[in-house]
Design a protein around this ligand. Structure first.
Ligand SMILES: [Zn+2]
Ligand SMILES: [Zn+2]
Length: 108
């Protein structure tokens, strides 16, 4: 059974030194991972959360002001001139209102 000792590695992203602990090495050994970790925890976390978001950069987010509550929001499309833009809350609110309120007279 191999003995593992903490090792200091350098993050390829930010250049910070981080500890590849004995426990982690044991884990890597158990899982048969050949590659050592290349990134510090912060960069790993950042990459994990940013997956598909900032990494790709394909998603268009346009800053807009909600026509209903005036809150600043981002929309995944380019707002058309003259058309109202709603933040997420107002959008959902309006949609549920439209769904339930269309037959305003009586449900039966
Ligand atoms: Zn880093
Ligand atoms: Zn709003």
């Amino acid at each position: 059974m191999p003995e593992f000792v903490d090792r200091v590695l350098k993050c390829v992203d930010c250049g910070a030194e981080f500890v590849f602990t004995a426990g982690e090495q044991q884990f890597y050994h158990d899982k048969n991972f050949r590659n050592e970790p290349k990134r510090c925890k912060a960069c790993k976390t950042a990459r994990g959360h940013g997956r598909g978001g900032q990494a790709g950069g394909h998603k268009v987010e346009t800053l807009a002001t909600c026509s209903q509550c005036g809150k600043q929001t981002t929309v995944p499309f380019k707002p058309t001139q003259g058309r109202p833009v709603y933040c997420r809350e107002c959008f959902l609110q309006r949609r549920s209102a439209a769904a339930g309120g269309s037959s305003a007279a009586s449900p039966e």
